[in-house]
Design a protein around this ligand. Structure first.
Ligand code: ACO
Length: 322
């Protein structure tokens, strides 16, 4: 081994200005604040303005993460954007973000693993960095899910929102026990029909709308997430009881509570932001991470667990010493 470890050098996030409350949702579809809060824990979501694209959200979050890392955009040698709502079918949104940040060296590409995209990206980035291909990597989760929602389907449109979160990951020698310790990724394509978008360039030549069998997704989410968290500890000398903070994908308050309960982890160790922005897919883990770092909960030396599950199904977890 070359002794390089991947440390989180900076975090940042961005939410569009426009907030849509549950009361406003109740004027669009047959729902209520009480139903949404009780079933999901969501109070409001942010919606991108007309003409505000996934790349714009990503650039805003990326700038903040670069600033937090105390480096210049010119130091970034790789940009990865996790998104299921790219600006265009091609090229990758990451390449637009690279240009938007004024980065002219290195490479940029997207990862498509829906709500697990950031956790997938975390693992891919760690391997690129430890393999010596990147020294300062900007990983962003950014989504404009409002653009793929069926705004007449109350069972889905109340759940999602737009946003972006980012981290700068840096390869360091002599980082001690700091940095990414382990990651696990999984997918199961046989569950495609439980959560998907019913369009695409090769099928319908349209963008399509999100379709979900919510109750089935819920059941699988809790089981898969609890399993992957156990698996990520295999081969380490740590266990779930060592976790200081869980930063989960923010899909639904009840999924967060049920997963923590299944793992025997105290609810006050779970970072919860779903109430403020709903499910922002690949953006949700870095949005929650940014909040908990900035408000002082996550501190140097803490053991932090990231986990997510989404369409595909895809799911994964990463363990990182802050
Ligand atoms: N407002 C009012 N009533 C509603 C709404 C709404 N927005 N949506 C559904 N209902 C109704 C249903 O029509 C149903 O009525 P019925 O009993 O007369 O048929 C009733 O509420 C119960 O519906 P369920 O789907 O059984 O409700 P449930 O308690 O399962 O909650 C929810 C639905 C919130 C979607 C839940 O299943 C869930 O969170 N699933 C996970 C989905 C998820 O998080 N997906 C994100 C992507 S994957 C991931 O990120 C993990």
């Amino acid at each position: 081994m070359n002794g390089i470890r991947t440390v989180v050098a900076g975090v940042g996030s961005y939410l569009p200005d426009r907030i849509v409350t549950n009361a406003e949702m109740a004027r669009m579809v047959d729902t209520s604040d009480e139903w949404i809060v009780e079933r999901t824990g969501i109070n409001q979501r942010h919606i991108a303005a007309d003409g505000e694209y996934t790349s714009d959200l990503a650039i805003a979050a990326g700038k903040r993460a670069i600033e937090d890392a105390g480096i210049d955009a010119g130091d970034i040698d790789m940009v990865i954007v996790a998104t299921a709502t790219p600006d265009e079918t091609f090229p990758a949104t990451a390449v637009k973000v690279q240009a938007g940040l004024g980065i002219t060296q290195g490479a940029a590409f997207d990862i498509q693993a829906v709500c697990s995209g950031f956790v997938y990206g975390f693992s891919v980035a760690d391997n690129l960095i430890r393999g010596g291909m990147s020294k300062n990597l900007l990983l962003i989760g950014a989504e404009t899910f409002s653009r793929i929602l069926d705004w007449e389907d109350r069972t889905t449109c109340v759940l999602f929102g737009d946003g972006a979160g980012a981290v700068v990951l840096r390869g360091e020698q002599g980082a001690g026990d700091r940095g990414i310790i382990a990651s696990k990724l999984r997918s199961d394509g046989t569950k495609h029909d439980l959560l998907y978008v019913d369009g695409g360039p090769s099928t319908t030549q349209t963008t399509g709308k999100l379709r979900m069998r919510g109750r089935d997704v819920f059941k699988h989410a809790v089981n898969n997430l609890a399993d992957i968290v156990q698996e990520v500890f295999e081969g380490t000398d740590l266990s779930p009881s060592d976790i200081d903070w869980i930063v989960p994908h923010q899909a639904n308050r009840r999924i967060l509570d049920a997963t923590a309960r299944k793992l025997g982890i105290a609810p006050d160790k779970v970072v919860v932001t779903v109430q403020d922005h709903g499910n922002t897919s690949a953006a949700s883990v870095p949005l929650a991470l940014d909040r908990a770092v900035r408000d002082g909960r996550i501190k140097r030396g803490d053991l932090v667990l990231l986990e997510a599950m989404g369409g595909g199904f895809t799911w994964g977890a990463s363990l990182v010493r802050w």
